[in-house]
Design a protein around this ligand. Structure first.
Ligand SMILES: Cc1cc2nc3c(=O)[nH]c(=O)nc-3n(C[C@H](O)[C@H](O)[C@H](O)COP(=O)(O)OP(=O)(O)OC[C@H]3O[C@@H](n4cnc5c(N)ncnc54)[C@H](O)[C@@H]3O)c2cc1C
Length: 438
């Protein structure tokens, strides 16, 4: 007997959160109508076409602790070893600093041993890092009161902050240490460093993000009787006699259940006709944003770096990726700059050339730039600041839920920064709430 489909749920937004919700609902036998305003799915995690190649709107990295993301990929039958290069945690800042988790010891000793053996830090700096990790573990990575990460790191040596904590904070929260939420940083540290050893692995995509995630998720929804509409911006949601209505161009559609999975700055116009959800709208409007720039630099195909990913210190760029080793795009280098900074004052041309000149000093083989492309995502992530008031998933209208990386999980100790994992968890959780209520 075929699966019996219950009434439709509308999902607005085909980013990671909307797709995760759509897949989870489809898996439970609920028919999904997903509406995406753009001509392609993926939202802030998508492939883009340039010079005959598929790049990404941003070079992403995932962690072994991204359990919801791995579950989504597995459900959509993505071959994980083909989609992701799994590497044990290793931070390299050229010759200045390097840390490698022990391959023999169990978690969290593998990290502590890595800290103890870290190159480029004095013994007292290494011990300061170990003391902090031991203290955080004793307090179960839980703070009585959230605070800016800088305050939590007050007794850490300046060099240790600039070599270790600051790059980790920017990579995980995309927010400067001076304002970043210490508790959300600790949530990520706990999940990746203090549980299973594989949780601290770095997972580097080997496929562009659309091929890796958005396309398989959409195929899953379609294969389970759902619909995915592209170039279908929802203008607003209205309510009449307990029924919710979506306005798509000049068509009005009724739904009992809607998941709003757009980025937070798109929520206000959608909910403008629903005064009872003003509290959710205000919280979305209060969020601030941080940029991420990805600078693609194409060199001749024989050019190769020694590692697929390396940190850059005291440079405009923060991380450098060799897309030849990851995606077979030989000679293509991606340099990532997280969060706000002086680079925002440069034109894209100045930035690309400035970054190319800097990395040529470190890698003399990068001396023949063929083309460059800067992708500037100005609102890449919400600013993950301390004591942030995040909108709740449930709104005051029972059939209307929010999903997205910015939505509160309802427990600060489980909240994540603006990440693929945060978005997918939120999508799963929204779907779970409908599945339970149906
Ligand atoms: C450059 C960059 C680098 C990043 N690096 C990392 C990283 O290394 N690791 C990591 O985990 N995360 C990273 N992130 C963050 C991660 O990509 C996001 O947290 C995640 O993709 C957010 O997903 P979402 O579904 O919550 O929102 P979105 O991706 O914003 O999806 C919302 C979707 O809703 C659609 N939409 C909006 N309005 C409407 C409407 N009215 N009707 C219909 N559809 C609508 C949008 O077009 C969009 O597709 C990065 C982000 C960027 C931009």
């Amino acid at each position: 007997m075929g699966t019996q489909l219950t009434p439709n749920v509308a999902v607005i937004g085909g980013g990671c959160a909307g797709l995760a919700a759509g897949v989870a609902l489809s898996k439970a036998g609920i028919r999904v109508n997903l509406f995406e305003s753009s001509h392609q799915l993926g939202g802030r995690a998508r492939g883009i076409q340039w010079q005959g190649q598929t790049l990404d709107n941003g070079q992403h990295i995932l962690l072994g602790a991204y359990s919801a993301t791995l579950q989504l990929l597995e459900t959509c039958e993505v071959q994980l070893d083909q989609a992701l290069l799994r590497l044990p945690l290793e931070l390299n800042m050229q010759d200045e600093f390097s840390l490698r988790a022990s391959s023999y010891l169990p978690a969290p000793l593998h990290i502590l041993a890595g800290l103890l053996r870290a190159q480029g830090l004095s013994l007292s700096e290494r011990l300061a890092a170990i003391r902090l990790m031991a203290r955080l573990r004793l307090q179960k990575f839980t703070l009585e009161q959230d605070m800016p990460l800088q305050a939590l790191l007050a007794d850490q040596p300046a060099r240790l902050i600039s070599m270790l904590w600051e790059p980790l904070c920017l990579a995980a929260l995309n927010t400067p240490v001076s304002t970043a939420s210490a508790q959300i940083f600790l949530n990520v540290l706990r999940d990746s460093f203090a549980r299973a050893k594989s949780d601290s692995d770095m997972l580097l995509p080997r496929l562009d993000l659309s091929t890796m995630l958005a396309d398989p998720a959409a195929s899953y929804i379609l294969a389970h009787g759902g619909q995915v509409s592209l170039s279908a911006p929802i203008e607003c949601i209205s309510q009449q006699n307990k029924e919710l209505y979506l306005q798509v161009a000049d068509i009005r559609k009724a739904y009992k259940h809607i998941i709003v999975a757009t980025s937070p700055f798109r929520v206000a116009p959608l909910l403008a006709d629903l005064p009872s959800v003003a509290d959710s709208v205000e919280k979305c409007q209060a969020l601030k944003y941080q940029p991420i720039y990805t600078i693609y630099l194409q060199y001749p195909a024989h050019i190769k770096l020694d590692k697929p990913m390396t940190g850059l210190s005291h440079q405009l760029g923060q991380w450098i990726f060799d897309r030849g080793q990851l995606y077979g795009q030989h000679g293509l280098i991606a340099v990532v700059i997280s969060a706000e900074g002086r680079h925002q004052g440069l034109t894209q041309e100045q930035l690309a050339i400035g970054v190319a000149e800097e990395i040529e000093q470190l890698y003399p083989q990068l001396n023949n730039l063929l083309w460059h492309k800067v992708v500037a995502e100005k609102r890449a992530t919400f600013a993950c600041t301390s004591n942030l008031q995040r909108p709740a998933q449930l709104t005051s209208i029972p059939g209307l839920l929010l999903a997205g990386d910015y939505v509160s999980s309802g427990n600060t100790l489980q909240d994540y920064p603006s990440t693929i994992e945060g978005a997918i968890r939120s999508g799963f959780s929204a779907a779970g709430k409908f599945i339970n209520s149906l």
